[in-house]
Design a protein around this ligand. Structure first.
Ligand code: CMX
Ligand code: CO
Length: 149
C-alpha cells in the first residue's frame, strides 16, 4: 500500500546553488547527499517532515553526472523543474507487481538501490498522465507480518 509522499525529485543544473536556494529561502538543510552512479545523479535529500510509518518526506535535488542519464536528458529538453514524484510503501515489490497487473509499465524487473539504501522502481510517465512516478521502500522499513498484530 502506498502510504505517503516519500519525495519530490527536482532536476537542477547546479546542485550546490540549488541546495543554497532551499537553505536561504526556506531554511531546509541537507539531510543526506550521495552520488548514485547507476542513476547518473549527484543528489541531496532535504528532509521536510517525519512520518509515522518509518519513512519521511523529502525534496530530492538531482544534478546529472552525465548527459545521457535520465536527468541529464530531461534537463536538456525541459530545463530545471520537477522531474518525478515518489510514493512511499513498506513493500515496493508487492506494489510494483500490483501496478504492473493494472497495465502500467514498471521500468525495472526488480527494484534497484535508491537514496539512503532505499529500494526503488519507476512507472513510465506515459502510463501515468505525464508524471514519472517512483515507488520507494525506505531502508529499515519492513512489511508487517499480520501475525505480529
Ligand atoms: N516526466 C514526464 N515525462 C517524461 C519524463 C519525466 N521525468 N522523462 C521523460 N518523459 C517523456 C518525454 O518527454 C518523452 O515524451 P515525448 O515522446 O512525448 O517527447 C518520453 O517520456 C520519452 O522520453 P525520452 O526523453 O526519450 O527519455 P527515455 O525514454 O530515454 O527515458 C524514462 C524516459 C522515464 C524511461 C527515463 O527517464 C527513466 O528510466 N527514468 C527512471 C530513472 C530516473 O529517472 N532516474 C533519476 C532519478 C533517480 C532517483 O530518483 O533516485
Ligand atoms: Co527519486
Amino acid at each position: 500500500m502506498l502510504t505517503r509522499i516519500d519525495h519530490i525529485g527536482i532536476a537542477c543544473f547546479d546542485l550546490d546553488a540549488t541546495v543554497e536556494f532551499y537553505r536561504a529561502t526556506y531554511g531546509f538543510e541537507v539531510f543526506h547527499s550521495e552520488v548514485n552512479e547507476e542513476q547518473g545523479v549527484r543528489e541531496a535529500m532535504l528532509k521536510i517532515n517525519g512520518t509515522s510509518d518509518g519513512g519521511a518526506s523529502y525534496l530530492q535535488l538531482l544534478e546529472p553526472t552525465r548527459e545521457d542519464s535520465a536527468v541529464g536528458k530531461w534537463l536538456a529538453k525541459n530545463g530545471e523543474g520537477v522531474h518525478h514524484i515518489a510514493f512511499g510503501t513498506a513493500d515496493v515489490d508487492a506494489d510494483a507487481a500490483a501496478v504492473r497487473d493494472k497495465g502500467v509499465r514498471v521500468l525495472y524487473d526488480e527494484p534497484r538501490r535508491g537514496s539512503m539504501d532505499s529500494r526503488i522502481t519507476f512507472l513510465h510517465p506515459k502510463d501515468c498522465h505525464g508524471v514519472l512516478t517512483e515507488l520507494v521502500t525506505a531502508a529499515g522499513s519492513h512489511v508487517q507480518d499480520p501475525q505480529d498484530h
